[in-house]
Write a protein of this length. Structure first.
Length: 250
């Protein structure tokens, strides 16, 4: 085979070789960009006390409302300590009351009254601290949503900081994508676009609600956040697809 023929074959192969998909180029030309659905509210809950799980009413995938019990701990010892602290505070309160009467009769010194006042403050502080601890015996939902993942089991003893569960709000979703910075010449907050979700094979109308405040200097891209219009129970966090934009002429 001659060198000329080899060069011709290589040129033809290059002409018909597949061109890599470039979201940046398509996006600027009114094409599509990769997107993902993300929950607006999501968090990982951990134990704040050292105690055994007494109640764990939910499982992965279960729904709950704000204020519902997510987990309950066996806090019988802590409750007993709170009762003891309250009794001590009540005794200190009675002692102070008596000392003030005696001081009015010049039967005791002012120092003894001040010591009784200090003792009452100390015991009341202990009561307040124990009440805060006991309040953590019930883990309540900070918002309505669903359990995404469970890391513990009933009757398990936990240490403070132990990860218990991941929860998220499946009713409030954002559409997140990375757009080429060239789109900023015409892309605006409030602008509408189309999102096609791959898992469902369906398209939805969305609008831009936020545009990132900084352009990545390496990729020359900027984050764009949108929301799908209307309510759609079939949409879940983690679903992905493509966003199609139509360039606005200015």
């Amino acid at each position: 085979m001659s060198v000329r023929s080899l060069v011709l074959i290589l040129l033809l192969a290059g002409m018909f070789a597949p061109v890599p998909y470039s979201a940046a180029e398509d996006g600027d030309a009114g094409g599509r960009l990769r997107v993902q659905l993300v929950a607006v509210q999501q968090t990982s809950l951990s134990s704040e006390i050292a105690a055994k799980i007494d109640r764990l009413p939910l499982r992965e995938g279960d729904a709950f409302k704000q204020g519902d019990l997510l987990a309950g701990f066996d806090c019988s010892l802590m409750q007993a300590q709170l009762n003891k602290a309250e009794a001590t505070a009540e005794a200190a309160r009675s002692t102070l009351k008596v000392n003030r009467r005696l001081a009015g009769l010049d039967a005791i010194s002012t120092l003894e009254v001040e010591q009784a006042e200090a003792k009452l403050k100390e015991t009341e502080a202990e009561v307040a601290a124990m009440r805060v601890t006991v309040s953590k015996c019930s883990l309540l939902a900070p918002f309505s949503g669903r359990v995404a993942r469970m890391y513990v089991d009933p009757h398990q003893f936990l240490q403070p900081g132990k990860q218990m569960m991941d929860i998220l709000d499946t009713n409030s979703l954002e559409v997140r994508l990375i757009a080429p910075s060239r789109m900023l010449s015409w892309l605006r907050v409030g602008g509408r676009f189309t999102v096609r979700i791959e898992e469902l094979g369906r398209s939805y109308t969305a609008r831009v609600i936020r545009i990132g405040a900084k352009i990545d200097p390496l990729s020359q891209s900027v984050p764009v956040i949108g929301e799908i219009e209307g309510s759609h129970a079939e949409l879940l966090p983690g679903m992905s697809g493509w966003a199609g934009f139509t360039r606005v002429r200015r």
